[in-house]
Design a protein. Structure first.
Lengths: 262, 327
């Protein structure tokens, strides 16, 4: 156990150093996740004239919470993994007595810390612009949000890493992620909170993994009504499913790996 | 007991085939065709503990594919492979801790950080204690002359320094079996010599088994008493380097300086003429006739100087690869 902790510490420390090597890039990445702010403006304007069940302030808080959620759940493992498979760099990772996934996870985890100051600055800037939207969630909500957002990150990572496994068979696995992103954009609550969707679409969406990646944690944080128990159970179910699929594809995929480029 | 055992090891790859031109592109898009490439065909060999073996072959012969199968990176199509008592493809931690594969074209060090950061990860991954880590890094740094280089970002190192840092990273866990794929690729002559010296010392110090591929014959002659030749995926020679030369170079080059020029017809009676430039003559003479032929030349011609040399190893191996046979 001690060795596991030491390895995790070394991985996170080194990958944190790697992430902060390019500070300007980090800031731009944090900024590039500001799509919720743009959509917030659109929905707040729309809420003035129509009844969506949510007022302009609800929209402002929801999209800010969506921005924060996205900052914690950004995943890029498919591009890194695809590059490693296609260039043969995966070989070096496979030669070490540790599953390559831990390096990717450490990179993502370390990046969260490196990104945090930039994201916090953007949130502060937002409250300066919209002081009426300022709110502080109570402690249990904040703790529950952190738990749910961590679960959302794990689910997002598992989904993308599972799609990444297809790089063993096809040279453009990331194209699948682009396709997947279309559904993610629409059903996750990134473009609009699920509350504004027709009831049938909302019911359908709640059985898919997408709303749990943005809408569920963002609603929780912004104080919109959510079924916490059901949400967490559905997330765990999807996590288990993708974990099983991932490990199966990993074992099959390794037999296809040819260590190209060398 | 052998450290490396390969029996009828085979790897067949499907490779997509595309005709050139627009029609070919369309056909390739709608109906992809594949052909099977026999990268490695039923090769068998065994390597004993502490041996240093050169693994030679022209580009595309199957050397790297074989190394990848021996290290568990790729799955063999058929055949059996066992390395330090393990099936490499299972990639058991106990196996991975005993081996290393250094690839000249691939790097494991994180490009933007000092090598020491990557080494720290390796230390934890391989379960090396802090004290051992300090001692081993110190030892290897000295052996590789890498002082003060480990704290610079890897991208700022020269190619030679980077290769040596990669070597340090690959050997930090003190593997018992070293698979080295072009370890001196792109290095200048001095750096090549240092790497060879280092490998010789490492082998002597730790009793490590080494399987080495290189296109630099100097690596092979300096390090490998035994060589395995592979051509088009098939093993064509496995034995001593000297035996290889005896078998594939059954001739010697005789350089003669004559007092006065001689007609070529007369010279041809002594051996195969390589070159004639005035009084300078170069002949290839079968080894079994060498003594008799040299005596004959000295008796029949007015010779001012005569030297006998073995053909360079590059030429011998090049000849084997050109013909692709052992006969």
């Amino acid at each position: 156990m001690n060795q596991v902790f030491r390895t995790a510490k070394a991985l996170v420390t080194v990958y944190y150093a790697y992430m902060v090597e390019y500070r300007a890039e980090l800031f731009l990445w944090a900024l590039s996740g500001s799509l919720p702010f743009i959509l917030m403006g659109v929905w707040m304007e729309a809420a003035q004239g129509r009844q969506f069940g949510l007022g302009p302030l609800d929209f402002a808080r929801y999209f800010l919470a969506a921005f924060i959620t996205r900052q914690f759940t950004i995943v890029w493992v498919i591009w890194d993994f695809e590059k490693e498979v296609l260039s043969g760099q995966l070989s070096n990772r496979l030669l070490q007595p540790i599953d390559p996934v831990w390096r990717h996870l450490a990179g993502h985890f370390a990046e969260r810390f490196a990104r945090l100051p930039f994201a916090a600055a953007l949130v502060g800037f937002f409250f300066i612009l919209y002081p009426q939207s300022f709110w502080i969630p109570n402690l249990p909500t904040a703790i529950l949000f952190l738990f749910v957002v961590a679960l959302a990150f794990i689910l997002r990572f598992l989904i993308q890493y599972t799609l990444a496994m297809l790089a063993f068979w096809t040279e453009r696995a990331s194209a699948l992620e682009e396709f997947w992103f279309l559904f993610y954009l629409f059903l996750s609550g990134l473009i609009a909170p699920l509350e504004v969707f027709p009831p049938e679409v909302r019911t359908f969406a709640l059985w898919t993994p997408f709303p749990y990646l943005v809408h569920f944690p963002a609603s929780l944080l912004s104080g919109l009504p959510v079924n916490v128990g059901q949400g967490i159970l559905v997330m765990l179910g999807w996590c288990l499913l993708f974990f099983g699929l991932n490990r199966w594809l990993w074992r099959k995929g390794l037999k296809e790996y040819s260590g190209m480029g060398a | 007991m052998s450290v490396i055992i390969a029996e009828d090891l085979t790897k067949v790859y499907p490779v997509a085939v595309k005709e050139p031109g627009f029609k070919g592109t369309l056909r390739h898009f709608f109906k992809r065709t594949y052909r099977q490439v026999n990268a490695v065909q039923k090769i068998s060999f065994q390597i004993e503990p502490g041996e240093v073996v050169g693994f030679l072959g022209p580009n595309g012969a199957g050397k790297t594919t074989t190394l990848k199968m021996l290290t568990g990176l790729i799955y063999p199509s058929s055949g059996k492979v066992e390395v330090v008592g393990h099936n490499p493809f299972k990639r058991e931690p106990a196996f991975l801790k005993k081996i290393t594969l250094l690839m000249g074209q691939k790097q494991q060090l994180i490009w933007d950080l000092p090598a020491l950061d990557s080494l720290k990860i390796n230390a934890e991954v391989y379960g090396i204690s802090d004290a051992d880590f300090q001692r081993r890094v110190g030892e290897l740094t000295e052996m590789l002359s890498l002082e003060e280089k480990l704290t610079q970002p890897v991208r700022k190192l020269s190619l030679g320094e980077r290769m040596k840092a990669e070597m340090l990273a690959a050997l930090l866990h003190q593997p018992k079996v070293l698979f080295l794929d072009e370890p001196t690729l792109g290095l200048d002559v001095n750096a090549q010599v240092k790497v060879r010296e280092f490998l010789r010392t490492y082998n002597a110090h730790y009793g490590a088994t080494v399987l080495l591929t290189s296109h630099y014959m100097a690596d092979i002659t300096a390090l490998c008493p035994r060589v395995i030749l592979i051509y088009a995926g098939a093993l064509i020679y496995d034995g001593s380097l000297e035996g290889l030369l005896d078998r594939f170079a059954p001739y010697r080059e005789v350089k003669i300086e004559l007092a006065q020029p001689c007609v070529q017809e007369k010279l041809a009676a002594y051996g195969e003429i390589e070159a004639v430039e005035g009084c300078m003559v170069r002949l290839l003479v079968q080894r079994e006739h060498l003594t008799r032929t040299v005596a004959q030349i000295l008796a029949e011609l007015e010779v001012t100087d005569l030297t006998i040399t073995a053909p360079p190893i590059e030429e011998v191996i090049g000849r084997v690869f050109r013909t692709g046979t052992v006969t």
